[in-house]
Design a protein around this ligand. Sequence first.
Ligand code: NG1
Ligand code: MG
Length: 500
Amino acid sequence: MSLFAPTVHRLSDIYGADVDTQALRYARLAATFKATYGAQPDFIARAPGRVNIIGEHIDYCGFPVFPMAIAPDTLVAARANGSDHIRVSNTDSAKYPPRDFSVADMFEIDPTKHEWSNYFKCGYRGVLDHVSRQGGKGFDALIDGTVPAGGGLSSSAAFVCATQLAVQRIDGYDLTQAQLASAAARAERHVGVNAGGMDQAVSIMGQQDSALFIEFYPSLKAIPVKLPEAGPPFAFVIANTMVVSDKHVTAPTNYNLRVVETRIGALMLAKHLGIAERAACVGADPLTFKVVMDEYFVMSNVGSSNGQEVQGWVTRLEAMLSETDKLFGTHPQGYTRGEMAAALGVTTTELSAKIHEDQFPVRADRFKLLQRAQHAFSEALRVVKFRGICEQARETAGQGLGNLMNESQDSCRDLFECSCPELDEICDIARKAGSLGSRLTGAGWGGCSVHLVPADKVADVKQALADKYYAAHLPDLTAGQLSEVLFATKPGRGACYYVA
Ligand code: NG1
Ligand code: MG
């Protein structure tokens, strides 16, 4: 086992807020596995969902983000079956019917079909593509997930990561955590979303009681950071709007469009700063805002942007914000494709190839490069400041952290335009009831929100949301359902195996 491989635990060591419920869940999963496939599973792989505390839509810009793993997770019970078939079933078989695949089928993923087992195939391919193999052993798998789908807590990454763990153990590979995380991020793009790597990194590398400061460039690195312990204790309250944002349907006008806006922004900024050729030389494909920033500062010889040095980051990011305004400020209403192509000295067909539209098509009349770049650089600034405050551990840290989260929400709403009225409403209610900082988490346009709440205000915030949001919008929710969409949580452990 490599030093940085996922850990293996005994089933008797199940750990979590509610050990008895968890132990029962694992025992039921093993029993259902036996009833389905006729034998006990060899092991259970587990990967958690996540909450992003701050740093939204900047993982694919190459900038650091600040998420934490949470308790809801995906379990994959698995056993090699000695055949060349891969059978997969789900404890929620009404919603996710069983499937039986040949190894060749596992490499066929149709992103136009919304099919639950596509994520399972992504996890399979993640490992096999990484080791450059065309197939592995046949096995049986049973899935049990507790991360709400389409809710912004990254059910997809939990599923893909847990599947990867299962596949590598069945096939005898030994990927490091960083390899698993990068492979999962690449693999998830097979379902048609041009995603960054935050969700997979935190699902694999999450740490009990710590959030993670995750850097992507020049290489993937996760630094555990504890919330300040001086001053009053905090909790993170999660509130799901219950507005389902289906990325597979909306990607061309929402998620994938934002990725493209930041990519074209990076290309134009590199040209404006006179570093397009340098940036091309470092072979960074795609070119991101982070690469542009680093190359620009290497050229102007202002030292390195090391994750430790808050001041270094601040200087660089502020300079990029000012260049952003100079370059894109002429087009506050956005750019047409023709204008962007002309600025880059290419045809619109060449532009389309540059942004990989064959794989990730986008639709927009205007591309709002100014606003998207302003969000990306200012959000990166908030992430480094957030980490800085955590590391200072002052009595007054809570308000500082909360302010950064509130500013992030404003930026997501006004500049990145990835909020929605329900998210805005929830943030408003929570702040009035005592939340220090409230914002959307994940891609947005629906899904979940996260709130930094002093421990003694958690009950008030939850009550206010129950009365003012849930009772008004979803009057039929039962108390049990409410506890699944509105709950307090803290940083949990990352992906691991359980064995008997
Ligand atoms: P969600 O929609 O919560 O899965 C997505 C991306 C992340 C990141 C966030 C926004 C996927 C798998 N993940 O999260 O990489 O870009 O949006 O910060 O699409
Ligand atoms: Mg997802």
